[in-house]
Design a protein around this ligand. Structure first.
Ligand SMILES: Nc1ncnc2c1ncn2[C@@H]1O[C@H](COP(=O)(O)OP(=O)(O)OP(=O)(O)O)[C@@H](O)[C@H]1O
Length: 244
C-alpha cells in the first residue's frame, strides 16, 4: 500500500528554484529523518507536499490519492519558529485544534474531545499547563504541546519540521518515545532533523536532501559518509577534517 509517493517534484520562490526533480516513495510504517544543510529545501518540501506552497511540476500522492481527499489522514507539526506564539490561546485549545478535522470547524468541541485532548497533554507531561497561555510556555513545552496536538489528530502519516530543535534532553526523549509509539502503531512519520549524530539511533530511514534527493533508504544502507558528504558538499568535509 502506497503511503506517500513523490514524483519529479519541482518548486521555487520566484525565480529561485529550491526543489529540483525530487522523487521518493516512502516505506509504510517507517520513521524517516529528512536531512540536509541549511537552505536544502527541507521545510519547502513539506510545505509543497502539504499544498502550503505551490509546485512548479511533478506529482505527490497520499495513500494513492490526492492530498485534498486524504488530508484528515495527514498530520503536520510546523517549525516552532514559524508559529505566532503570541496568539491568545491556551495549550488545551492548541491540542483541540488537532481535532478540528474530525470535529468540524464550526462545531463546539464536546466533552469527549476535551478528554481526548487532556489525555494527550498528559502523555506529553503537559496536563498541568492545559490552561496556560501558549506565549507563557518555554520552547520545549511549546514543542510538547505541538506533539500532543499531533497525537489527538490520529493521522496515518505525520510530517514534523525539526521537533527536536532546541529542546532539552528530557523533552527530546519524550518526543522520541512518542515517535516510536506512532511507528509501533503502524503510522508513517517523516521528521526534519539536524543532528547527524543521532540519525542512526533515532530513525530507520533517511532522506538525504539538497535541493534534490541524494539518497533515500534504510539508515543502514544510505547514511554513509560518502552520501553525507555529497549532501553537505565541501563544508562538512572541511569541518570534519578540521576537527579530527
Ligand atoms: N518564503 C520564502 N521566500 C523566498 N525564499 C524562501 C522562502 N522560504 C525559503 N526560501 C529559500 O528557499 C531555500 C530553501 O529553504 P528551506 O527553508 O526550505 O530550507 P531548509 O532545508 O528547511 O533550511 P533550514 O535547515 O535552514 O531550516 C533557501 O534558500 C531559502 O532562503
Amino acid at each position: 500500500m502506497d503511503v506517500l509517493r513523490v514524483n519529479d517534484l519541482t518548486a521555487s520562490y520566484r525565480k529561485n528554484k529550491v526543489l529540483n526533480d525530487v522523487s521518493f516513495n516512502v516505506e509504510p510504517g517507517s520513521l524517516t529523518s529528512i536531512v540536509g544543510p541549511n537552505g536544502a529545501g527541507k521545510s519547502t518540501l513539506l510545505k509543497v507536499m502539504l499544498e502550503l506552497h505551490p509546485k512548479l511540476s511533478g506529482d505527490v500522492s497520499f495513500f494513492g490519492s490526492t492530498f485534498n481527499k486524504m488530508k484528515t489522514r495527514v498530520g503536520y507539526v510546523p517549525q516552532r519558529g514559524s508559529v505566532d506564539w503570541d496568539f491568545p490561546t491556551d495549550a488545551l485549545d492548541v491540542v483541540l485544534m488537532g481535532l478540528y478535522g474530525r470535529v468540524g470547524w464550526l462545531k463546539w468541541p464536546k466533552r469527549e474531545h476535551r478528554d481526548k485532548a487532556m489525555e494527550s497533554l498528559e502523555k506529553m507531561g503537559m496536563a498541568d499547563y492545559a490552561h496556560r497561555q501558549i506565549s507563557q510556555l518555554s520552547g520545549g513545552q511549546q514543542q510538547r504541546v505541538f506533539l500532543a496536538r499531533a497525537l489527538v489528530q490520529d493521522a496515518d502519516l505525520y510530517f514534523m519540521d525539526e521537533p527536536l530543535a532546541g529542546v532539552d534532553a528530557a523533552t527530546e526523549q519524550a518526543i522520541m518515545t512518542i515517535l516510536n509509539e506512532l511507528k509501533m502503531m503502524g503510522k508513517t512519520v517523516m521528521v526534519v532533523h539536524h543532528d547527524l549524530q543521532t540519525v542512526e539511533d533515532y530513525f530507520d530511514h533517511v532522506l538525504l536532501l539538497n535541493r534534490t534527493v541524494v539518497a533515500y533508504g534504510t539508515t543502514g544502507d544510505v547514511f554513509t559518509k560518502d552520501n553525507v558528504y555529497q549532501t553537505y558538499g565541501g563544508t562538512l568535509r572541511w569541518m570534519m577534517e578540521a576537527v579530527t
